[in-house]
Design a protein around this ligand. Structure first.
Ligand SMILES: Nc1ncnc2c1ncn2[C@@H]1O[C@H](COP(=O)(O)OP(=O)(O)OP(=O)(O)O)[C@@H](O)[C@H]1O
Ligand SMILES: [Mg+2]
Length: 359
């Protein structure tokens, strides 16, 4: 380094300080968030000033092996794995091939955790995680990944699931850390309220609920009924396929509409109401058990794909009022990007950790 040798001590120190600042600024950008959802995996990372999201459909589809199919996969950049004489198309491509073959996709997760019914789930989950989070930017980069809170209406625990996700992320060179899904919503949406509030993530397999005070969860639980449950109940009630209901619901449902229903609208409206009553009923019981005491009205934040239809927030507000909860609620808001809140909150937690490490 001949140039450095000829510089004054002061200039060298200035350069060192500057390069340390650059290093610190670069370090502040690292850390990733991963929403491990029943319906979708979302990964979030910060590039420059922007948060960039990557999404993978949490699904796979099996096709018998053939050289011809393999050529098509390679040509179209389809993500797949081969196991014996089977191909598994994984992620976004699975739906395309399922529609082509007139069959349903398979799901590696069920009700928020790795599906106990699905014997082929593990390599699929591994590929989905790899494809969503991508390569690490330094060995041991922190990834916070979402886990559901302990459910109150079914009896699984999340430890097996958590252990498996941890193992995959460590294998890819990351430092994995779990974050409660509801708390991730609070990190994402309630910074101005000092991370104090009541958050709901209405997902595909679960509804996650978290009441946090200054970022500490005080009451947190999950419910094993959400969007998938609505689709199944409606499909059964009006004798349609589940995928027809899901597709219609995601494209057209308007919960503001209260009359002149088609059959599918009426059934969806009924099951949304049943779900909301079920969730708020359980919330009331949990709040009464915890005897939580608050100094001021609590901001409520709603997120997740099931909260997306027009009119959802109004119905939810009405249900909350009807149940007369033992706490006072303040403003009730819908996240600006309901599908992204969990990954964004997990990213915020990861960046905060990386800052601590670099200090
Ligand atoms: N526009 C929409 N209208 C109604 N429902 C929607 C819409 N978009 C997505 N959904 C539903 O939202 C659910 C997926 O939401 P989300 O991505 O938040 O769940 P997840 O995180 O994958 O699942 P979970 O948190 O339960 O494990 C699915 O049931 C899907 O059908
Ligand atoms: Mg979710």
């Amino acid at each position: 380094m001949p140039y450095i040798r000829t510089m004054s001590k002061k200039t060298k120190n200035q350069i060192r300080t500057k390069s340390r600042q650059v290093q610190v600024e670069q370090t502040l950008q690292v850390g990733k968030g991963l929403d491990v959802g029943t319906a979708f995996f979302y990964a979030a990372e910060k590039i420059g000033d922007e948060i960039v999201f990557r999404i993978e459909r949490d699904a796979f589809f099996d096709i018998p092996f053939s050289d011809h199919i393999k050529e098509i996969f390679e040509r179209d950049n389809v993500k797949y794995i081969r196991k014996g004489d089977q191909f598994y198309v994984v992620g976004n491509g699975a739906l395309r091939f399922a529609n082509l073959f007139g069959r349903n996709v398979r799901r590696p997760l069920e009700r928020g955790i790795i599906s106990p019914q699905e014997k082929d789930a593990l390599p699929i989950v591994q590929l989905l995680i790899e494809s969503a989070v991508g390569s690490h930017r330094h060995t041991g980069e922190t990834v916070y990944y979402s886990v559901p809170a302990q459910p109150i209406d079914t009896d699984f625990d999340v430890f097996y699931h958590q252990h498996i996700i941890d193992g995959f992320l460590s294998g890819f060179g990351y430092t994995p850390k779990p974050i409660n899904e509801g708390l991730a919503v609070i990190f994402s949406e309630l910074a101005e309220e000092d991370f104090t509030g009541l958050a709901f993530s209405f997902g595909g397999g679960m509804v996650n609920v978290c009441l946090a005070n200054l970022s500490i969860p005080v009451v947190s639980f999950s419910i094993a009924r959400a969007g998938d449950w609505i689709d199944k109940q409606v499909a059964y009630a009006i004798n349609e396929s589940v995928s027809t209901i899901t597709g219609w619901k995601e494209s057209y449902l308007d919960l503001d509409k209260r009359e002149n229903f088609s059959r599918i609208e009426q059934a969806l409206s009924i099951y949304y109401d049943i779900l909301l009553n079920y969730v708020v009923g359980h919330l009331k019981t949990e709040l009464e058990k915890s005897a939580v005491h608050l100094e001021k009205p609590l901001t409520v934040m709603v997120s997740g794909g099931t909260a997306k239809p027009n009119g959802f927030l109004k119905r939810f507000q009405e249900t909350l009022q009807k149940f007369q909860l033992p706490i006072e609620l303040g403003e009730i808001r819908l996240a600006s990007q309901p599908l992204h809140s969990v990954a964004k909150g997990a990213l915020i937690a990861a960046i905060a950790d990386e800052i601590k490490i670099c200090r």
